[in-house]
Design a protein around this ligand. Structure first.
Ligand SMILES: NC(=O)c1ccc[n+]([C@@H]2O[C@H](COP(=O)([O-])OP(=O)(O)OC[C@H]3O[C@@H](n4cnc5c(N)ncnc54)[C@H](OP(=O)(O)O)[C@@H]3O)[C@@H](O)[C@H]2O)c1
Length: 79
């Protein structure tokens, strides 16, 4: 779990670095929520379709959309 937490902290930091370096791109990170997948041994409260909503919405952002942010599902959140 320690490695997992550190990997997420590194990913969040790298997101901000990349967003600063490439201001013309939308580069964000997102937590999908607690989803029924292999990693949670299917104990999550969200279906895979529900968990995918946040990442898919960010992937489909139009040009000029927000960048360098962290989202919790569909909402912008603090890092
Ligand atoms: N599920 C949650 O509640 C939850 C909550 C917060 C964040 N997340 C994050 O969401 C992301 C997806 O999680 P998930 O729930 O979909 O997990 P998952 O069911 O365990 O799926 C992980 C996926 O990553 C692939 N993968 C693992 N190691 C890989 C490697 N070395 N190279 C290429 N692909 C690799 C796996 O491929 P194979 O199937 O081929 O092994 C699988 O498709 C993860 O970053 C996870 O930390 C999930």
């Amino acid at each position: 779990m320690t490695a997992y937490i550190l990997s997420k902290a590194a990913l969040n930091a790298y997101t901000r670095i990349l967003a600063k370096k490439h201001p013309s791109l939308c580069i964000n990170c997102v937590c999908p929520g607690y989803v029924k997948t292999d990693i949670t041994y299917n104990t999550g409260v969200l279906t895979v379709d529900e968990g995918a909503q946040g990442p898919v919405r960010l992937a489909l952002l139009p040009n000029g959309g927000p960048s360098g942010l962290f989202f919790s599902r569909l909402e912008e959140s603090e890092f």
